[in-house]
Write a protein that binds this ligand. Structure first.
Ligand SMILES: [Fe+2]
Ligand SMILES: [Fe+2]
Length: 177
């Protein structure tokens, strides 16, 4: 894993996401093993160039929608799920789903999907004003933490003049604030 990622900063983030996801899973009665595994492997393709993300997604027949064509970085999530299967032998669909949805979310998200999404956004190395409050909320109520974490991410996107992805808007609409 460390060799594949080949960058200390991203490796350390992955370890923090794995640990945070494991704690969230324990608090929410979900599989700590699956949460830790998904957390460790969620960013396998995060450092690939846009060109490589597009090429490797297309060669595997992964869907590349208009948003992903404009923002190829989002392809690292589904591509990381494929790499987890191909290179690390992960076959559990629940783990692969959580890896695949960790960046944009989706209309339908399992508790494990939410746990890995939230762990990625709220791990202790992240630095934004609401992080601590949202991290605490995630231990109490995954759905409310999802709604509020997504809403806060929309604020950051807007500041940068970026649009949220359709999948993230759909995810936002399914969780009560
Ligand atoms: Fe990621
Ligand atoms: Fe990440």
């Amino acid at each position: 894993m460390r060799e594949h990622i080949a960058q200390d900063h991203r490796y350390a983030h992955s370890v923090r996401v794995a640990r945070f996801a494991e704690r969230l899973a324990f608090a929410n009665g979900e599989s700590t093993f699956k949460a830790r595994m998904a957390g460790m492997l969620h960013d396998l393709a995060r450092l690939y160039s846009s060109k490589r993300l597009l090429e490797e997604s297309q060669s595997r027949g992964l869907p590349v929608d208009a948003y992903a064509r404009d923002n190829p970085i989002v392809l690292h999530a589904p591509l990381s799920a494929h790499l987890a299967r191909e290179q690390f032998g992960v076959s559990d669909p629940a783990i692969l789903s959580a890896i695949s949805k960790h960046t944009l979310g989706a209309r339908e998200m399992s508790a494990l999907d939410c746990i890995v999404f939230l762990a990625d956004s709220l791990e202790p190395g992240r630095d934004f004003p609401d992080r601590g409050r949202l991290a605490e909320l995630a231990f109490q109520n995954l759905g409310r933490a999802m709604a509020q974490t997504i809403k806060s991410s929309f604020g950051f996107l807007r500041e940068k003049g970026l649009e949220p992805a359709p999948q993230t808007l759909e995810a936002a609409s399914t969780f009560d604030p």
